[in-house]
Design a protein around this ligand. Structure first.
Ligand code: C2O
Ligand code: CU
Length: 498
């Protein structure tokens, strides 16, 4: 049970406890005067779940049986795609331990909670050093499909497997009467023939569409799942792109398939056939829940990524006779939670953001001299790559020897609604993610048939402008591209909301 006030004093504790390094981290003036209020999103007496979470290296047979296993795989609790389930309204009390040889943090992607547990060094916490621990207090106010991952050397650690899934369950969901839930985690592996990991960050990849895996995989395996479901039954297919790089065009070979949630948030159901290009385009970090109606006995539903020249099979659903009769397909609508703070579009302030290459970026804050005692702590906790290729509004999150922590993109007012127009003037697709908020995707300058929906990550194509709206929550929140080499090479900024 942690009250709002206790959250703040906990922050003081964390900073005090980590001694000089942490104190130094609070020092860069770019962090601003004082700290925003860390606002809890559940009542202090909300039921708690305790979780011991350990990040460590392990060995996993990624190439399949009979092939050499991959060492230095990174996992939570030694389980690839560790999957947590918790009821809506509970609070996860996480005792996290870092047994990796490198610093890390845990970010709870898509969760609305106090920013001091958002896992972003250095603006919400210092990094957790090898052998270190950190207590995360993670309220789960909204049902949905979330995930968690490090926010430090993301390209390397996520690339080697460090991703967990988190389902926040609404008891009302059971009444929807799905016959089966099937999870698809799309994530490729960058391996050589001997099963060893290749370098995750390459200049060529980071400056273009990213470094792709050499082995495509679903749920960790190069062999796509084949699952049985009742003929004429209803399957909830829950898909996440957990890859560092790959963008997919999610689709299937039947007409009776409808999107019911985007990034875990309920949406008014729409047929995949009515989405732009009859597919749901998803970049890294994006999730989609699709209601698939099974065909008659013996028939199959094939779910594909249609983005590649040869469609890539993600899953086969096989219809087995359970004595069901065919009925008309009516997509199941999930309830939109009342607690979700929706933006007030009419009263919103408007902000424009350009996603660019770093050629046009300018240094705003002067770099720290390399012998400054802050420099080392800052480098370690910033967890970035060595090069800068990208920028937002001419500002890059500094990389390598460039020790600037950029000033915030904007200082926003807590409780005020904002419309962000995000324009991509680069040649590559960027899935843009805002921490700590669920936003509404209002419109796209290119995809006229795109429905409005709630999300935490949105694709912005080359020469496209996408408008999103949200009600700002107090905190320091990053806004970045979720192609991990892009974020590690400059495509990240932050908002200070106070
Ligand atoms: Cu999954 Cu900063 O994000
Ligand atoms: Cu990008």
């Amino acid at each position: 049970m942690i009250s709002r006030r206790a959250l703040i004093s906990r922050r003081a504790l964390i900073l005090g406890g980590a001694a000089a390094g942490a104190a130094a981290l609070a020092a860069p003036s770019a962090l601003g005067e004082g700290l925003p209020e860390a606002v809890d999103t559940l009542p202090p007496d909300a039921p708690q779940r305790h979780l011991s979470l350990v990040a460590a290296e392990t060995e996993v047979p990624l190439l399949g049986a009979g092939k050499p296993a991959t060492s230095r795989f990174c996992a939570y609790n030694t389980t690839p795609f560790l999957t947590l389930r918790a009821p809506q309204g509970t609070r996860l009390m996480v005792d996290f331990e870092n047994r990796l040889p490198d610093p890390t943090t845990v970010h709870w992607h898509g969760i609305r909670g106090p920013y001091i547990f958002d896992g972003v060094a250095p603006i919400t916490q210092p990094t957790v050093p090898p052998g270190g621990r950190f207590a995360y207090n993670v309220p789960l106010p909204d049902p949905g499909f979330y995930f968690f991952h490090p926010h430090c050397d993301e390209t390397g650690q996520v690339g080697r497997g460090l991703v967990g899934l988190l389902f926040v369950e609404d008891p009302a969901d059971r009444k929807l009467g799905f016959d089966l839930e099937h999870i698809i985690a799309v994530k490729d592996w960058r391996l050589d023939e001997a099963g060893r990991f290749l370098t995750m960050f390459t200049d060529e990849g980071a400056s273009t569409a990213g470094s792709f895996g050499t082995v495509r995989a679903v749920n960790g395996s190069p062999i796509p799942p084949r699952v049985e479901a009742p003929a004429y039954g209803d399957v909830r297919v829950r898909t996440i792109v957990a890859d560092a790089t790959r963008v997919i065009d999610f689709g299937c070979d039947v007409d009776e398939a409808a999107v019911i949630a985007c990034d875990g948030q309920a949406t008014r159901p729409f047929l995949l056939n009515d989405a732009p290009d009859n597919v749901w385009r998803m970049g890294p970090a994006m999730r989609v829940d699709v209601h698939v109606r099974m065909p008659g006995p013996g028939q199959e539903v094939k779910i594909y990524d249609y983005r590649t020249a040869e469609p890539y099979l993600l899953t086969t659903l096989v219809a087995v006779d359970k004595g069901r009769k065919k009925t008309a397909f009516k997509p199941k609508a999930l309830p939109v939670p009342k607690e979700l703070p929706l933006p007030d579009i009419a009263g919103a302030s408007h902000l424009d953001f350009l996603v660019q290459t770093s050629a046009g970026a300018t240094a705003i804050a002067p770099p720290l001299p390399p012998d400054d005692p802050l420099a080392k702590a800052l480098i370690e906790s910033r967890c970035v790559g060595d090069k800068t290729f990208w920028a937002i509004n001419r500002t890059s999150w500094g990389a390598g020897a460039d020790l600037r922590l950029p000033p915030p993109l904007n200082v926003l007012k807590a409780g005020q609604s904002y419309v962000l127009s995000i324009t991509n003037v680069t040649k590559h697709v960027h899935p843009m993610h805002l921490h700590g908020h669920v936003f509404k995707v209002l419109s796209s300058s290119k995809k006229k048939t795109l429905p409005q929906f709630l999300a935490d990550t949105v694709i912005v194509e080359p020469n496209e402008t996408v408008d999103i709206a949200f009600k700002a929550a107090s905190g320091n929140w990053v806004f970045h591209c979720h192609i991990l080499e892009h974020m590690d090479s400059g495509l990240m900024g932050w908002f200070r909301v106070a």
